[in-house]
Design a binder for this molecule. Sequence first.
Ligand code: MN
Length: 369
Amino acid sequence: MVEKIKMYRFGFRLEKPFVIALGAIPSVEVAIVVIEDDKGRFGIGEACPSWRITGETIDTAIGSLEALAPMLLGEDPLRIGYLVERMDSALLGNPSAKAALDIALHDLAGKILGVPVWKLLGGHSPGPVSTDYTVGIDEPEGMAQEAARLVEEGFREIKVKVGEDPERDLERVRAVRKAVGDGITIRIDANQGWSPQEAVWVLREMEPFRVQLVEQPVPFWDLEGLRYVRERSPIPVMADEAVHSPRDALRAIRAGAVDYINIKLMKAGGLHRAKEIAAISRAAGVANMIGSMVETDIGATAAVHFALSEGNVRFRDLDTGTDPNSFLIAEGGSYIEGGMRYLRDPEAPGLGIKGIREELLEPVAEYRR
Ligand code: MN
């Protein structure tokens, strides 16, 4: 039974600001929740709000958690589907706050049952799994150098941020392909930066550089535009900002607007809804990517478990939680090495997070039954 829920804030500055078509991200603020049961077992979760994408700030996420957390007190933490539905009926939207509680419930449930979350959710693979690493928007030459450095580190898949200006974006992709050679997978993400017409032009021009897929070429609200691009582009189209929930996924698939869908726990509202998006996608023959916001290693570890649980996840963008300033896990969790993501202990119950650096966290609230 859920006995106690603790809520914290944590802010970190990135060593290098992350630049995408939507703007620069110099620093991040997250909320961390710890759900404790009546036997002293605990589950950890993270809310990483993104005002650009989910419309949440750290303050609104904490406000949502203040409304949602008390609803879980006294409840059976194994009834996750029921609790997720209760949260959705109590408050529309606010998916990162819901994700924090959903992730913490899965961690706790795994510990109660003695199984890791990736097995609790389907058990596709114990890992390790390959992941891409993202090169943020910069001068083409700087991006090419960064991509070459990542390949040297062992990454075989590079995600290139574009969407600033079609002509320069073409130069970016040309420079990166030249720097990494033929054997490396390149995928690109325009973060809504092009019009449908610009997207069709630039994607056709990019064909010789063998781009695996393009994420969100057009604004999130323009499903017709996404379909227009998909029907004319030689490069497959993936929805990211256009699909948050299972309903969004169904709508995008019905509209014929997507080849692939990028799932993020912070858009979906956690692991439970993320699995539903994967089920809808699989039924439609649409493969998924697992991505993330700029999160701490707690959110990153939850995303790794999702990736390992689910066979429909074909693309992994699991480079989050790798900035040293974002490390909250003291023991356990996951790590990146040689272009692969590993769980430190794939058989550890729950998320396998054995301790967090609580001294870095600012306590915000505590709820007891
Ligand atoms: Mn994206």
